[in-house]
Ligand binder design. Structure first.
Ligand code: BF8
Length: 675
């Protein structure tokens, strides 16, 4: 009997507790539903597979075949000299720094390669080699051209005239593409940072030369027997990360805006409940908007809608997962289906007729889940295929963009009739307002003609807004889905900190209803609530996808330029956060944000804890060099409080802490003062 029990226990897979796995009710319902159907999800695997403790600490070196050399930190810590070393003698600091900057290289490569694809399509559009893509935002084109040193006027007979817009577009595209591999010089966008910031980078020797080179150099330096000084290693990590934030990512954002339109606030909805049982559901997932833009066009065509109706559906419902979702939301209002951790669940609804994926954050388990349903899982990018045989690969080509998109939409429509009996779409969704960018914030605060960040600065100076926080990043199955995101953000806005969000944090906030102007009255401190009500903005501004963290860098720069809050990004009350990070891209983002002068707190873990000296270098010494530093805090309330403490420190340094004290007066003290 005992043996039988033992055997049964050994065979039964461990399952996640749905409520313990996610804070979101729709997600809880779907995890439970999946378990009822016997379908395993990432949440179940997270309870049956423990992470490697040495990897978590960042001290496993597998950069040559003498290893892997594993250098765990003794439980009792290290007293005296740290004598741990790998076979070659590499110290824990060297190993952790190598691993850390390899993560930066991977993250920077992902963002920047995405940017490169956009730049190539942009060049095609500028040269009019494709009908599908056209320059949509010429105002932004002219602004970007100037940043890239492309002339926007010509002199004719001593008179300065506007240059032909097509010519500007082609030269802008060529100049942008050159940033990936130019043989000399430095990245052109670095000069968009405040001058003081640029000078710090210059003094530290971290000005990126071109985007690709900095990534390649990381792979060289971390190869066996090359760079063995953690300070020198992280210097290169900084250079590659800056090439991401102020290079590849920023170019991706700019060129996407020119091609597809600069986002302005629009209304939509978020969570799995946006899927419609009586519609053909196409879920777009990944990161590059090149294809998804075309799917939006194709799905809106009357002939496609008619075709869907002919097949018995009431229409076509598009929705998005991950950053593709953020991209098509901010420009078209396409609803958000879910965050990274909800991708399997969208298929498990049984109502997903096609899931179309491109690159990044796509779980291979999607194919296993899709096998249990009628869902067509379609990969579209040559660099991102799946080995399972039920996956269909339709390689997307910008020269036949609309045809490819139509083929995919038609395939989804044809699949509508193949659904099984069991469809379960959780009935939870929230209204949202998204699509904020550097330009739209300016407009919101100052109007078309007086657009400026001065109003924001003014409210920071007078203390209604205590400070600004960029809260971004992933979900991580090792921590309760969305809990960290939402506690951190709610604690910040409760304390009058305006939040700028991107990536999966943006989706988490959307699902919770924090992206509406009305949420200000419910969640915010009195100062922030008053500003949101006056201006008509949500307390959490959705600024797009993860490459759009470049928008946060530029917004932070605009604040400096508007005046009254110091000369550099590190001077004013701003902080960064990624409460549930998991992707290497987040490490690259963290590094460029810190090197841009912003104190940044990560949740979950930081893969440096096994190398205390290197860890302290990032989390203490960095502030002396860059004015910003890393921090790690898994507890979300403490996490937010650390950010607020930093914001208050900056207020004090600027001498605006007294103004804040006035705003914090309660009603009784106010009345006493009036009397
Ligand atoms: O780039 S936040 S899980 S979706 S990596 Fe991925 Fe992380 Fe989500 Fe977008 Ni960003």
């Amino acid at each position: 009997m005992a043996e039988e029990k033992k055997e049964k226990a050994a065979k039964e897979p461990k399952l996640a507790d749905p409520v313990g796995a996610s804070i979101d009710v729709a997600t809880q319902e779907m995890i439970a539903h999946a378990q009822k159907l016997g379908i395993e999800t990432v949440c179940d695997r997270a309870v049956s597979m423990k992470p490697c403790n040495i990897g978590v600490q960042g001290t496993c070196c597998k950069n040559c075949s003498m290893g892997p050399c594993r250098l765990p930190l003794p439980k009792s810590g290290i007293e005296g000299e740290d004598e741990r070393k790998g076979l070659c003698g590499a110290t824990a600091n060297t190993i952790a720094a190598r691993n850390f900057i390899r993560m930066i290289a991977a993250g920077a490569a992902a963002h920047s390669d995405h940017g490169r694809c956009v730049a190539e399509v942009f060049l095609s559009a500028a040269r009019k080699e494709t009908d599908a893509y056209k320059i949509k935002d010429t105002v932004k084109l002219l602004a970007v051209a100037k940043h890239l040193g492309v002339a926007t006027t010509v002199e004719v007979d001593g008179e300065e005239l506007d240059r032909d817009i097509d010519e500007i577009a082609v030269e802008t595209a060529e100049t942008a593409l050159n940033e990936w591999g130019k043989p000399e010089g430095e990245l052109l966008y670095l000069k968009r940072a405040p001058e003081a910031r640029y000078e710090i980078w210059k003094k530290q020797g971290v000005l990126p030369r071109n985007i690709d080179r900095e990534i390649v150099e990381i792979m060289h330096r971390t190869n066996m027997g090359v760079d063995q000084d953690y300070k020198n290693l992280i210097k290169q990590g900084t250079r590659a990360a800056l090439a991401d934030g102020w290079g590849g990512s920023m170019l991706a954002t700019d060129l996407q805006d020119i091609l597809f339109g600069t986002p302005y606030p629009l209304a939509s909805e978020a969570n799995l409940g946006v899927m419609k049982e009586d519609h053909v559901n196409i879920v777009i997932h990944g990161h590059e908007p090149i294809l998804s833009e075309m799917i939006v066009v194709a799905a809106q065509k009357q002939e496609m809608i008619d075709y869907a109706k002919k097949k018995g559906a009431k229409g076509i419902q598009l929705s998005g997962i991950c950053c593709t979702a953020n991209e098509i939301l901010q420009r078209h209002g396409v609803p958000l289906c879910g965050t990274f951790l909800q991708q399997e669940l969208a298929i498990i609804t049984g109502a997903c007729d096609a899931m179309v994926v491109d690159i990044q954050c796509i779980m291979q388990n999607l194919a296993n889940v899709a096998k249990c349903f009628h869902t067509k899982l379609i990969t579209t990018h040559p660099i991102a295929k799946m080995e399972q045989d039920n996956v269909i690969h339709i390689e997307f080509d910008e020269h036949h963009a609309i045809e490819d998109a139509e083929k995919i939409v038609r395939m989804a429509i044809d699949n509508f009739g193949n659904r099984g009996a069991e469809v379960m779409i959780p009935q939870h969704k929230a209204p949202i307002v998204a699509g904020f960018g550097v330009e739209s914030i300016k407009y919101h605060l100052g109007g078309t003609f007086r657009g400026s960040y001065y109003t924001l600065n003014d409210n920071i100076i007078n203390g209604r807004i205590r400070g600004v926080a960029g809260v971004v990043g992933c979900n991580n199955a090792r921590t309760r889905h969305n809990e960290g995101h939402l506690i951190v953000v709610k604690e910040l806005i409760k304390n009058d900190v305006l939040v700028l969000t991107t990536g999966c944090n943006g989706i988490a906030c959307a699902m919770e209803g924090l992206l509406t102007p009305e949420s200000a009255a419910v969640y915010c401190g009195p100062g922030l609530a008053e500003v949101c009500e006056t201006v008509g903005i949500p307390p959490v501004l959705h600024m797009g996808s993860c490459v759009d963290n470049s928008r946060i860098l530029l917004a932070a720069t605009e604040v400096v330029k508007a005046g009254g809050l110091g000369n550099d990004i590190c001077d004013w009350p701003v902080a960064g956060s990624a409460p549930e990070w998991m992707s290497e891209k987040a490490i690259s983002i963290g590094q460029y944000v810190v090197a841009s002068g912003i104190y940044t707190v990560f949740g979950v873990t930081l893969p440096t804890s096994g190398a205390p000296v290197f860890h302290d270098y990032l989390c203490k010494e960095f502030e002396k060099i860059y004015g910003g530093m890393w921090d790690i805090e898994p507890d979300p309330i403490k996490h937010a409080q650390k950010m607020i403490a930093h914001i208050d420190k900056k207020r004090k340094e600027l001498g605006i802490d007294k103004a804040r004290e006035r705003v914090l007066m309660d009603m009784a003290s106010r009345q006493a003062l009036d009397a």
